[in-house]
Design a protein around this ligand. Sequence first.
Ligand code: NDP
Length: 298
Amino acid sequence: MSRAATLPRLIDGKATAARVLAEVSDEVADLRARGVQPGLAVVLVGSDPASQVYVRNKVLRAEETGIRSLEHKLPADTDEATLLALIEHLNASAEVNGILVQLPLPAHINEQRVLQAIDPLKDVDGFHSENVGGLSQGREVLTPCTPSGCLRLLQDTCGELRGKHAVVVGRSNIVGKPMAALLLQADCTVTVVHSRSQDLPALCRQADIVVAAVGKPRLIDANWLKPGAVVIDVGINRIDEDGRSKLVGDVDFDSALSLVSAITPVPGGVGPMTIAYLMKNTVAATRRQCLAARPAQP
Ligand code: NDP
């Protein structure tokens, strides 16, 4: 029997995220036994309903794993200087090991300036240029949560990734580009395609692995996929269908299912992994800060 035939067709992000969170809980217990409690500061500016839900979920997961969460909710008209002053305070605080600024920020605040103000050692979203550069150089740094979660799903699903051809659809700074860098580190052959690429279906049909991070509902259907491909669908798109509102991915799940060897559902695929890897990054950041602070042994 071929390996493809033995693979599960549905990649269960919820179950994998639960395993990752259990690993995090063990690591937090170990740190606490040594007198260190990881702390995650979550900063929300304004009252965007989706951002509020994301922040609530992050705080809940932190508390479940024993990470101390510190919420900072600021009004939508907060000016950039006030936000930068808060980040400076969090950078200096010994209680805070990870800092997450929920995006998007209100239009009057320069997002890049704010992300660059975060201490790279506390940058649990992995968006600071020091960490972005480190990832592309193959250094051990804090890496963005969504692509890190996707990599874990692929490792658990495929086992060895070396030599596989991965096509990443989308080249954003938060998903597509870091995903490509992580897959390169895992020794995949990586193709990145985007809105200006020619003949996307033909490029995707070459792929053993497709990671879709586009933001276009059901853009990718069975005609884009090689039989037996593994598909990670990052997209989260809200659509109205049959008189009701629902979430769908960038992949036409029903048409892809008959062809692929494994695929993530939306919801219940990549989404839970993003939050789980935020917790994993918080623990990794705590460990590095403790090691950096510890005096060298004689
Ligand atoms: P961006 O809008 O920042 O980037 C989208 C990318 O898709 C761009 O590189 C764009 O190309 C490319 N693109 C757009 N249209 C096409 C097309 N027709 N064909 C090929 N490529 C195209 O989105 P994000 O990367 O931030 O997010 C992507 C999706 O993932 C969204 O649905 C988002 O909600 C979801 N997401 C889910 C997360 C999770 O936890 N599950 C976390 C983060 C995002 P170009 O650069 O040329 O414009």
